[in-house]
Design a protein around this ligand. Structure first.
Ligand code: TYD
Ligand code: MG
Length: 456
């Protein structure tokens, strides 16, 4: 009888130790060690019935055919955009996202749009449930095959039987290899199943998409190694109470990770949003103090979003409330400090609320200036000009620093009819956007004056 060694493996970094400990000796994470098995490739393959990976044969690089890995369009425009054209045959993609965000919906729509035989493996929902959803999404078609299955070997048998050109596994945490003697979702199961599916994908030149759950803090559940074995990791995000969904590539072996895909969740499933700025600004009310439009950049994609601020004299003078939605709370605190010390705007006795409308998260410093203007506009109760946008990073000295790709941001603002832009003086050189008047400023105080909010 072949025996596997029992080890304890860190779910964060993947390091293995023979003894359990409360803290991983390798990466220092607490409570991350779980039981796992380890052995030589050969022993694992005998014990688990898995085929051994054939030994690689070295070849001169120019003898390889690159056309085999040309991406094939998925039929879902925004997905193609993020993938850089489509799915590469033989590639394995992991789609991560919170429960209920729309992963199964997106993939079912992908199968409906895909031309050719496909297989949807549902390990969480029943075949009836998926059928009902497919009806709603208009995804009923003869070459879409469906199997409710949790066992890895049966899944592979289904692939043999259907011979699909695309396989979806919903989800990797719900399937299990019975030979691997641990529960679905455990580190050894997730890793073992993912490894096996990667082998199958490569051997058959078949694209496979795995659905992955994320934990409370946003990381993918299961071992980190999962992200290493797949070719592409996509993250599907959004606020549960907003219709907007953002799709990003976190890792992509076949192209850039800079593209952003945008969808709107509707009654009829997900709809691609080619013109996001228009969507974000649809409900904007002009002439309200504390509101400004910021030309942000998500990857390569310019997005116009409304940033809002509200300030109120705090009933209690001890640490008044600060609330940040869609912007980093640390960044908000820093900008409040800069406004106080460099621009004579003192909000230390005020409750401050800042939010980005539409469920977008602005992670880049280019939104700093817009947020500062919104804060001062709110606290002075003076609305900002309706046709104004502002972008730029604010430094601790109150200086304005240029944000990346200012020209692309301003072109998007011009397209939507904005005519004035306050930008850092350093980025005004060489930029000429028809229709937009540039108003360069060197400091946040100068920017406030240009916006009609000067503080005496
Ligand atoms: P789902 O794809 O099941 O999410 P996940 O697989 O990521 O857990 O989507 C769940 C939510 O999407 C559900 O709460 C309802 C909503 N939804 C719509 O609003 N419209 C639709 O057409 C569909 C199919 C789902
Ligand atoms: Mg689902």
């Amino acid at each position: 009888m072949v025996k596997l060694r029992t080890v304890y493996r860190c779910t964060d970094c993947g390091a293995a130790t023979p003894k359990w400990a409360g803290r991983c000796g390798s990466c220092g994470a607490w409570n991350s060690l779980v039981e796992d098995v380890e052995g030589d490739d050969e022993i694992i393959s005998i014990a688990t019935g898995m085929a051994l990976v054939p030994a690689g044969i070295p070849k001169p690089i120019d003898s390889l055919d690159a056309t085999i890995s040309e991406p094939q369009t998925t039929g879902v425009e925004e997905l193609d955009r993020v993938l850089g054209g489509g799915l590469v045959p033989g590639s394995v993609t992991l789609l991560g996202g919170e429960p209920g965000i729309g992963k199964s919906t997106l993939l079912l729509q992908l199968l409906a749009a895909w031309s050719g035989q496909t297989l949807y493996v549902t390990a969480e929902e029943s075949a009836q449930q998926v059928h009902m959803r497919a009806e709603r999404l208009n995804a009923i078609k003869p070459d879409l095959w469906l199997v409710a299955e949790m066992s890895l070997n049966n899944i592979i048998k289904s692939i043999d039987q259907v011979e699909p050109q695309l396989v979806i596994i919903d989800s990797i945490q719900a399937i299990a290899d019975p030979l691997l003697n641990s529960a679905p979702g455990s580190v050894s199961q997730v890793r073992g199943c993912a490894h096996r599916l990667v082998q199958e994908a490569k051997a058959r030149n078949l694209p496979i998409i795995l659905v992955g759950h994320v934990t409370k803090d946003g990381g993918l559940a299961g071992p980190r190694v999962l992200e290493h074995v797949v070719d592409t990791v996509l993250s599907f995000e959004g606020e549960r109470h907003h219709a907007l969904r953002l799709l990003r590539a976190v890792k992509h072996r076949f192209g850039s990770t800079n593209e952003l895909g945008l969808f709107e969740m509707t009654e009829m499933g997900l709809r691609s949003v080619p013109d996001a700025s228009k969507l974000f600004l649809a409900d904007r009310r002009a002439g309200v103090p504390g509101s400004i439009v910021v030309p942000a950049l998500e990857g390569h994609r310019p997005l116009l979003v409304e940033v809002q601020a509200l300030t109120n004299l705090s009933p209690s003078h001890v640490s008044p409330r600060r609330s940040a939605q869609g912007v980093d709370s640390g960044r908000l605190a820093m900008l409040l400090a800069v406004l106080e010390r460099r621009a004579n705007v003192n909000l230390s006795q005020h409750e401050v609320f800042a939010s980005v409308v539409g469920g977008v998260k602005l992670g880049e410093p280019g939104a700093d200036l817009g947020l500062c203007l919104a804060l001062v506009s709110a606290s002075t109760d003076r609305p900002l000009p309706e046709n104004l946008v502002a972008c730029g990073e604010v430094g601790l000295a109150g200086e304005l620093r240029q944000a990346s790709n200012t020209a692309r941001r301003l072109a998007e603002a011009a397209r939507l009819g904005f005519t004035r832009a306050i930008i850092p003086a350093s980025s005004a050189v060489d930029i000429n956007i028809p229709g937009i008047k540039l108003e360069p400023a060197q400091t946040v105080a100068q920017a406030l004056a240009l916006a009609g909010l000067s503080i005496n």
